[in-house]
Design a protein. Structure first.
Length: 151
């Protein structure tokens, strides 16, 4: 047991040592490339190493998602580009279906703000156009959008 533990510990230290050496070699290689481009060869090695590090762009990303697989934010449109049309928010109707009267032509009983209206298919009341009347629901249209009133 003791021998196995020591073997695993030595192996782990060797692997991590190899990783650290590879990182240092990569950083020094980048810093040598930077110093070759610059004319000042007298800069301290620490300053060259700090410039050699890649800056991570972490703006506008999900903090719980891995950085490697994070999606970049959508680019902001140029000032001269056309803006997308703003979608208009349509509130659902306040009307409530109270009942349906069946006969030759069904009639829906709608209530809104203390008012009661009896409407047939095709009628327009409170800015609502009645499209269809079924046994337990009425389909209405408000500003081009369909809503279903049920009870």
């Amino acid at each position: 047991m003791k021998k196995t533990f020591v073997t695993l510990l030595v192996s782990a230290i060797a692997v991590w040592g190899y990783v650290v050496v590879q990182i240092v070699v990569a950083l020094l290689g980048k810093s040598e490339a930077i110093s070759a481009r610059t004319t000042q060869a007298s800069q301290p090695a620490l300053a060259m190493l700090s410039r050699a590090r890649a800056a991570l762009d972490t703006s506008f990303r999900d903090p719980f998602q891995s950085y490697l697989y994070a999606q970049k934010p959508a680019p902001v449109a140029a000032p001269g580009a056309k803006a997308k049309p703003v979608l208009k928010l349509i509130d659902p109707p306040k009307a409530v279906l109270s009942g349906v009267l069946w006969g030759d032509e069904p009639v829906a009983i709608l209530k809104q703000d203390g008012q009661t209206e009896l409407v047939k298919k095709g009628a327009v009341v409170w800015d609502l156009k009645v499209l269809s009347i079924d046994r337990n629901k009425v389909v209405v249209e408000k500003q081009g959008r369909r809503f279903t009133l049920e009870y």
